[in-house]
Write a protein that binds this ligand. Structure first.
Ligand code: SF4
Ligand code: SF4
Length: 253
Protein backbone atom coordinates (compact mmCIF):
# COMPACT_ATOMS: atom_id res chain seq x y z
CA UNK A 1 0.00 0.00 0.00
CA UNK A 2 1.28 3.46 -0.82
CA UNK A 3 -0.03 6.68 0.73
CA UNK A 4 0.87 10.29 0.08
CA UNK A 5 0.77 13.25 2.45
CA UNK A 6 1.02 16.83 1.27
CA UNK A 7 2.21 19.57 3.63
CA UNK A 8 1.90 23.26 2.77
CA UNK A 9 1.09 26.56 4.40
CA UNK A 10 -1.15 27.43 1.46
CA UNK A 11 -4.33 25.69 0.37
CA UNK A 12 -3.56 22.31 -1.23
CA UNK A 13 -5.39 21.93 -4.53
CA UNK A 14 -3.92 18.60 -5.63
CA UNK A 15 -4.68 15.07 -4.61
CA UNK A 16 -3.57 11.59 -5.59
CA UNK A 17 -0.08 10.20 -6.12
CA UNK A 18 2.97 12.51 -6.00
CA UNK A 19 5.35 12.44 -8.90
CA UNK A 20 8.37 13.68 -6.89
CA UNK A 21 7.99 13.32 -3.11
CA UNK A 22 10.27 15.43 -0.87
CA UNK A 23 10.61 12.60 1.67
CA UNK A 24 10.03 8.90 1.15
CA UNK A 25 9.03 6.71 4.11
CA UNK A 26 9.36 2.96 3.62
CA UNK A 27 7.63 1.05 6.42
CA UNK A 28 8.65 -2.36 5.09
CA UNK A 29 12.22 -2.79 3.91
CA UNK A 30 11.32 -5.90 1.88
CA UNK A 31 9.47 -3.66 -0.60
CA UNK A 32 12.52 -1.62 -1.59
CA UNK A 33 13.61 -4.01 -4.33
CA UNK A 34 10.10 -5.13 -5.21
CA UNK A 35 9.50 -3.87 -8.78
CA UNK A 36 5.73 -3.95 -8.50
CA UNK A 37 5.80 -1.79 -5.36
CA UNK A 38 8.63 0.58 -6.29
CA UNK A 39 8.42 2.71 -3.11
CA UNK A 40 11.33 4.86 -4.32
CA UNK A 41 9.58 5.82 -7.56
CA UNK A 42 9.89 9.54 -8.26
CA UNK A 43 12.77 9.97 -5.83
CA UNK A 44 15.36 12.51 -6.97
CA UNK A 45 19.08 11.98 -6.25
CA UNK A 46 18.96 14.02 -3.03
CA UNK A 47 15.51 12.95 -1.78
CA UNK A 48 15.90 11.50 1.74
CA UNK A 49 14.52 8.05 2.49
CA UNK A 50 13.32 6.99 5.93
CA UNK A 51 13.68 3.24 6.15
CA UNK A 52 12.26 0.85 8.72
CA UNK A 53 14.76 -2.02 8.82
CA UNK A 54 14.77 -5.29 10.71
CA UNK A 55 17.93 -5.10 12.82
CA UNK A 56 18.09 -8.91 12.96
CA UNK A 57 17.98 -9.31 9.19
CA UNK A 58 21.14 -9.49 7.10
CA UNK A 59 19.26 -8.19 4.06
CA UNK A 60 21.40 -5.94 1.86
CA UNK A 61 19.46 -3.01 0.44
CA UNK A 62 20.46 -0.91 -2.51
CA UNK A 63 19.22 2.51 -1.39
CA UNK A 64 21.47 5.48 -2.23
CA UNK A 65 22.12 8.11 0.41
CA UNK A 66 20.67 10.09 2.11
CA UNK A 67 19.01 7.27 4.03
CA UNK A 68 17.86 7.34 7.66
CA UNK A 69 17.34 3.85 9.04
CA UNK A 70 16.27 2.26 12.31
CA UNK A 71 14.32 -0.75 13.52
CA UNK A 72 11.16 1.20 14.26
CA UNK A 73 9.17 -2.03 14.55
CA UNK A 74 11.31 -3.17 17.47
CA UNK A 75 11.09 0.29 19.06
CA UNK A 76 7.29 0.31 18.75
CA UNK A 77 6.83 -3.14 20.25
CA UNK A 78 9.27 -2.39 23.08
CA UNK A 79 7.47 0.85 23.93
CA UNK A 80 3.82 -0.16 23.66
CA UNK A 81 3.69 -3.90 23.00
CA UNK A 82 1.65 -3.19 19.87
CA UNK A 83 2.76 -3.50 16.28
CA UNK A 84 0.25 -0.80 15.31
CA UNK A 85 2.48 1.71 17.14
CA UNK A 86 4.85 1.44 14.19
CA UNK A 87 2.69 4.23 12.71
CA UNK A 88 3.51 6.42 15.72
CA UNK A 89 7.23 5.72 15.40
CA UNK A 90 7.33 6.43 11.68
CA UNK A 91 5.16 9.53 12.06
CA UNK A 92 7.56 10.88 14.69
CA UNK A 93 10.62 10.14 12.54
CA UNK A 94 9.01 11.68 9.46
CA UNK A 95 7.98 14.72 11.52
CA UNK A 96 11.54 15.11 12.77
CA UNK A 97 12.87 14.93 9.21
CA UNK A 98 10.20 17.37 8.06
CA UNK A 99 11.40 19.95 10.56
CA UNK A 100 8.37 19.72 12.87
CA UNK A 101 9.28 20.24 16.52
CA UNK A 102 8.49 17.55 19.06
CA UNK A 103 5.77 19.54 20.79
CA UNK A 104 3.70 19.78 17.61
CA UNK A 105 4.38 16.17 16.79
CA UNK A 106 3.06 15.14 20.22
CA UNK A 107 -0.02 17.29 19.71
CA UNK A 108 -0.69 15.54 16.40
CA UNK A 109 -0.29 12.07 17.93
CA UNK A 110 -2.54 13.07 20.82
CA UNK A 111 -5.23 14.33 18.45
CA UNK A 112 -4.99 11.26 16.24
CA UNK A 113 -4.94 8.57 18.92
CA UNK A 114 -6.88 10.00 21.86
CA UNK A 115 -10.19 8.71 20.54
CA UNK A 116 -8.81 5.40 19.33
CA UNK A 117 -6.86 4.00 22.25
CA UNK A 118 -8.53 2.34 25.18
CA UNK A 119 -6.65 4.16 27.94
CA UNK A 120 -4.55 7.20 28.73
CA UNK A 121 -1.67 4.83 29.55
CA UNK A 122 -1.64 3.56 25.97
CA UNK A 123 -1.60 7.12 24.70
CA UNK A 124 1.25 7.99 27.06
CA UNK A 125 3.29 5.01 25.88
CA UNK A 126 2.83 6.18 22.28
CA UNK A 127 3.94 9.69 23.24
CA UNK A 128 6.96 8.19 25.02
CA UNK A 129 7.72 6.25 21.84
CA UNK A 130 7.59 9.48 19.83
CA UNK A 131 10.01 11.04 22.31
CA UNK A 132 12.41 8.08 21.93
CA UNK A 133 12.30 8.48 18.16
CA UNK A 134 13.01 12.24 18.41
CA UNK A 135 15.97 11.44 20.68
CA UNK A 136 17.26 8.83 18.24
CA UNK A 137 16.88 11.26 15.35
CA UNK A 138 18.30 14.29 17.12
CA UNK A 139 21.27 14.59 14.73
CA UNK A 140 19.34 13.81 11.57
CA UNK A 141 19.24 16.64 9.04
CA UNK A 142 15.76 17.89 8.24
CA UNK A 143 14.48 17.83 4.68
CA UNK A 144 15.43 20.85 2.60
CA UNK A 145 12.02 21.91 1.30
CA UNK A 146 12.05 23.57 -2.12
CA UNK A 147 11.39 27.34 -2.00
CA UNK A 148 8.83 27.15 -4.76
CA UNK A 149 6.61 24.23 -5.56
CA UNK A 150 7.35 22.83 -8.98
CA UNK A 151 4.11 23.59 -10.78
CA UNK A 152 5.25 22.22 -14.10
CA UNK A 153 3.93 18.74 -13.31
CA UNK A 154 0.49 19.92 -12.23
CA UNK A 155 -2.19 19.37 -14.82
CA UNK A 156 -5.26 21.59 -14.57
CA UNK A 157 -8.48 19.73 -15.32
CA UNK A 158 -12.18 20.28 -14.81
CA UNK A 159 -13.96 17.94 -12.43
CA UNK A 160 -16.12 15.33 -14.13
CA UNK A 161 -19.58 14.68 -12.72
CA UNK A 162 -20.16 10.97 -13.20
CA UNK A 163 -23.72 10.98 -11.86
CA UNK A 164 -25.37 7.97 -10.23
CA UNK A 165 -26.07 4.69 -11.96
CA UNK A 166 -28.34 1.92 -10.60
CA UNK A 167 -26.43 -0.92 -8.84
CA UNK A 168 -27.06 -3.30 -11.73
CA UNK A 169 -24.87 -1.00 -13.86
CA UNK A 170 -22.54 0.53 -11.24
CA UNK A 171 -21.52 -2.65 -9.36
CA UNK A 172 -19.40 -5.17 -11.25
CA UNK A 173 -20.27 -8.86 -11.36
CA UNK A 174 -17.08 -10.89 -11.07
CA UNK A 175 -17.33 -14.54 -12.05
CA UNK A 176 -13.65 -15.48 -12.39
CA UNK A 177 -11.88 -17.17 -9.46
CA UNK A 178 -9.31 -15.23 -7.42
CA UNK A 179 -5.91 -14.89 -9.02
CA UNK A 180 -4.16 -13.45 -5.94
CA UNK A 181 -2.12 -16.67 -5.33
CA UNK A 182 -0.42 -16.05 -8.66
CA UNK A 183 1.28 -13.01 -7.15
CA UNK A 184 3.98 -14.11 -4.73
CA UNK A 185 3.86 -11.59 -1.91
CA UNK A 186 5.72 -13.78 0.58
CA UNK A 187 8.72 -11.46 0.66
CA UNK A 188 6.56 -8.65 2.10
CA UNK A 189 6.24 -10.55 5.34
CA UNK A 190 7.67 -9.11 8.57
CA UNK A 191 5.69 -11.54 10.70
CA UNK A 192 4.86 -15.17 9.99
CA UNK A 193 1.64 -16.90 11.11
CA UNK A 194 2.45 -20.44 12.26
CA UNK A 195 -0.43 -22.82 12.87
CA UNK A 196 -0.56 -24.79 16.11
CA UNK A 197 -2.88 -27.60 14.94
CA UNK A 198 -3.84 -28.79 18.42
CA UNK A 199 -5.56 -25.41 19.01
CA UNK A 200 -7.39 -25.38 15.66
CA UNK A 201 -11.11 -26.23 15.61
CA UNK A 202 -11.26 -26.19 11.79
CA UNK A 203 -13.77 -23.35 11.65
CA UNK A 204 -12.08 -22.09 8.44
CA UNK A 205 -12.40 -18.43 9.39
CA UNK A 206 -8.74 -17.90 8.55
CA UNK A 207 -9.34 -19.49 5.16
CA UNK A 208 -12.22 -17.09 4.50
CA UNK A 209 -10.48 -13.96 5.79
CA UNK A 210 -7.08 -14.35 4.14
CA UNK A 211 -6.99 -11.52 1.56
CA UNK A 212 -4.32 -13.24 -0.53
CA UNK A 213 -5.96 -16.69 -0.70
CA UNK A 214 -2.72 -17.94 0.86
CA UNK A 215 -4.59 -20.40 3.08
CA UNK A 216 -5.92 -23.66 1.71
CA UNK A 217 -7.36 -26.66 3.53
CA UNK A 218 -5.56 -29.98 3.70
CA UNK A 219 -7.20 -33.39 3.39
CA UNK A 220 -8.19 -33.22 7.06
CA UNK A 221 -9.61 -29.71 6.62
CA UNK A 222 -6.85 -28.03 8.61
CA UNK A 223 -5.60 -24.71 7.19
CA UNK A 224 -2.27 -24.66 5.40
CA UNK A 225 -0.39 -21.43 4.70
CA UNK A 226 1.42 -20.96 1.39
CA UNK A 227 4.39 -18.84 2.53
CA UNK A 228 5.26 -17.88 -1.05
CA UNK A 229 1.97 -15.96 -1.10
CA UNK A 230 1.32 -15.04 2.57
CA UNK A 231 2.15 -11.31 2.94
CA UNK A 232 2.11 -11.38 6.75
CA UNK A 233 -0.92 -9.16 7.32
CA UNK A 234 -1.88 -11.46 10.25
CA UNK A 235 -5.61 -11.18 9.59
CA UNK A 236 -5.75 -14.95 10.05
CA UNK A 237 -4.21 -14.70 13.52
CA UNK A 238 -6.43 -11.76 14.40
CA UNK A 239 -9.66 -13.47 13.37
CA UNK A 240 -8.87 -16.96 14.69
CA UNK A 241 -11.26 -17.60 17.61
CA UNK A 242 -8.87 -20.06 19.31
CA UNK A 243 -5.56 -18.21 18.83
CA UNK A 244 -4.30 -21.16 16.84
CA UNK A 245 -1.76 -19.04 14.94
CA UNK A 246 1.53 -18.28 16.67
CA UNK A 247 3.13 -15.07 15.34
CA UNK A 248 6.88 -15.14 14.73
CA UNK A 249 9.16 -12.38 13.52
CA UNK A 250 10.11 -13.20 9.91
CA UNK A 251 13.82 -13.62 9.33
CA UNK A 252 13.91 -15.38 6.01
CA UNK A 253 11.11 -14.14 3.71
S1 SF4 B 1 -0.90 -13.42 7.38
FE1 SF4 B 1 -2.62 -14.84 7.28
S2 SF4 B 1 -4.31 -13.65 6.40
FE2 SF4 B 1 -2.41 -12.50 5.97
S3 SF4 B 1 -1.74 -13.20 3.95
FE3 SF4 B 1 -0.72 -14.54 5.46
S4 SF4 B 1 -2.05 -16.29 5.67
FE4 SF4 B 1 -3.26 -14.69 4.70
S1 SF4 C 1 -9.49 -19.58 12.22
FE1 SF4 C 1 -8.20 -20.63 13.75
S2 SF4 C 1 -9.48 -22.30 14.53
FE2 SF4 C 1 -10.42 -21.60 12.61
S3 SF4 C 1 -9.52 -22.94 11.02
FE3 SF4 C 1 -8.23 -21.11 11.12
S4 SF4 C 1 -6.60 -21.64 12.56
FE4 SF4 C 1 -8.23 -23.13 12.84
Amino acid sequence: MAAFTRIAREAILERGAMEHPALVVVADETLVDEPASAPLAGRRDDTPVLLNVNAQSARQLSVPEPVFRADFTAMAIAATGRLSSLSTALAAAASRLSGLDEEHCRAGIDAELAGELASRDELESNLALAHDVYTLASDWTAVAWPDDADESDVVEADLVDLGLEPPCRAAPSIYASANSPARHTGNWRQYRPVLEPDKCNRCWLCFVWCPEAAITLDENEFPTVDYDVCKGCLLCAHECPTDAFRVERELGA
